[in-house]
Write a protein that binds this ligand. Sequence first.
Ligand code: CA
Length: 242
Amino acid sequence: MPGLGLRLECPRGPPRQARAAYDHGMHLLVVEDEDSIAEPLVEGLRDEGFEVTRVATGQEAIDAPPADLVLLDVRLPDIDGFAVCRELRARSGVPIIMVTAKGEEIDRVVGLELGADDYVVKPFGLRELVARIRAVTRRTSERPESRHTLVAGPVEVDVPARRATIGGRELKLTLKEFDLLALLASQPGVVIERERILREVWNTTWYGSSKTVDVHVAALRKKLGDPTLIETVRGVGLRLRV
Ligand code: CA
């Protein structure tokens, strides 16, 4: 299908492997203004067992009921995808996968810094997208520390409920800020190496993304209200003070 943003691969292919439990009934919000991309995409995702709501504008995305994951096009007719990402992030930790066009690498970095969890580049295949949806879902729900409440001084992180408080005050964190805090709170007082942070929170070992860590740490410190709680150990990593 030349000219389409989506390549459907093997739509009537061999029987699929059993789906992981987290796919069942998972509700996706697809934000895409172009019908020629959105229609086959929605159909393909429904065939994969997802519940899908599709909207065509940024405002509709902001007004939509909460979903389990948002697939968000960057180029929308009203509000751009980054502003939508920022707005969604301001009120929930819902996983967000940004959809960019070729040659928009800068946009992609901006998107990740705004709290998007991943990105796909058009044209992308349904299989690649489903793999990314699963990876993002796994990353956000299956970390070892996601099995209990972590307490580090005034900070409490209820990982299964994805709630964090400081001195009883609820923190409104983005997904990455939450994951970062949960990782630091899993070993209070211990320096967590930058390499491990990148691997466990961002699923990468690309050192170029260190700046992304700094951006999230700065935002997290601000929300904690005490910039000394997270200590930077130069050249090594970060430590949550106890
Ligand atoms: Ca578009």
